[in-house]
Design a protein around this ligand. Sequence first.
Ligand SMILES: C[S@@+](CC[C@H](N)C(=O)[O-])C[C@H]1O[C@@H](n2cnc3c(N)ncnc32)[C@H](O)[C@@H]1O
Length: 209
Amino acid sequence: MQFRRTILWLVASAGVALAAGYPRQFGAEATERQPLAQTQTPAPDLRPQEGFSDVPYVPTPDAVVGEMLKLALVTGDDVLYDLGSGDGRIVIAAAQKFGTRGVGIEINPRLVQKSRENAEKAGVADRVKFLQQNLFEADLSEATVVTLYLLPDLNLKLRPKLLKQLKPGTRIVSHNFDMGDWKPERAVRVRDPANQHFLFYWVVPETGL
Ligand SMILES: C[S@@+](CC[C@H](N)C(=O)[O-])C[C@H]1O[C@@H](n2cnc3c(N)ncnc32)[C@H](O)[C@@H]1O
């Protein structure tokens, strides 16, 4: 069942991007970065997950993580939240590269445990924490940067919470999926030898959309 969901998710991830016309939509305003250094995508964790998961675990390739942090203009002054943080790679990479403090919100306890181990190994355990929590129940008020790799309908479901809880000026970067009619300030297409990835960037406005 989990395997089937993961395959469906992978197909959706590629298909939605194309069906939504992202390559076309990018047009003139898009920045294209290529080629990436060789990316390594570990096999997805196909083991049954505990707790309710809205999206299967599929990690963002390391090189794409680097592009997400670049797009969000992450610095050592930021507090980065990754919602659905998987093995913790985005939070850990930001702490390693920039000294950023970070919080990963992840529903799967095994991935939370793995993230904590990865943070120890990377020497950033004092700067990051991983909470086993449903992202829809997390308190996001401390964040200055939020990263997402979810699904289009989840981004839309999350949008009111992001706009309510995040401070104006908070940056949001989403891997592959947009936020409907909330147009991104920047959109970047990143190619690697195997895939193309779409990154979207928003800044939380002073007043509602
Ligand atoms: C596509 S993966 C992205 C992992 C990581 N952010 C990355 O980019 O490498 C989505 C993650 O969200 C987690 N997840 C799914 N539903 C969730 C929920 N309701 N609350 C918290 N985490 C959730 C999954 O367990 C999975 O690890």
